[in-house]
Design a binder for this molecule. Sequence first.
Ligand code: GLN
Length: 208
Amino acid sequence: MAGESGARLTVGAGLTVGVLALQGDVREHVAALRALGARAVPVRRTSELDAVSGLVLPGGESSVIDKLLRRFELRDPLRARIADGLPVYGTCAGLILLADRLVDGIAGQQTLGGLDVTVRRNAFGGQNESFETALDVPALGAPPVPATFIRAPAVVEAGAGVDVLAALPDGRIVAVEQGPLLGTAFHPEVDGELRFHARFLERVRAAA
Ligand code: GLN
């Protein structure tokens, strides 16, 4: 797996973490977390949320996940856990869900919030809707991260307390961190890139 050398494969040992499993690329995240030694479980109900000490919000379609969060009555419990310091890693649609402010959502679309950022949904229009690039992420060291963008959002404004982990050459911010919350506009889990998941698991361990 790419990124294996830079990610400790036992960083998740003894940790139980969840992947929100209402819609999206749940399986890939579960596999990445298990590859790092964590016990990774799908989360669809509050009893399952209560049992995890960290949560991944997968890529998918943020407006659908938003609706399902409300239908499954997970939205309020999850917001409460985030306010309480739950480590969360959101990729793509998951980053949208973590953003305090959303541009170009569908009518009525809500986010969970937590990250003091404004995110633009589907920020890469036209032929650039999906693309891959090698992304420099200084906080993760060498080598660059293989980054796959699929109808991806971009962070268009970040508050003073937000650490920008990566930006594209044109300046668009695509990876951010604020305390226990981590968000990437791309999908490390589809490239076997484990360093972001390892970083998330370190946060989970620190919070436990
Ligand atoms: N465009 C999607 C959305 O609005 C995100 C795409 C993805 O997660 N790959 O949620």
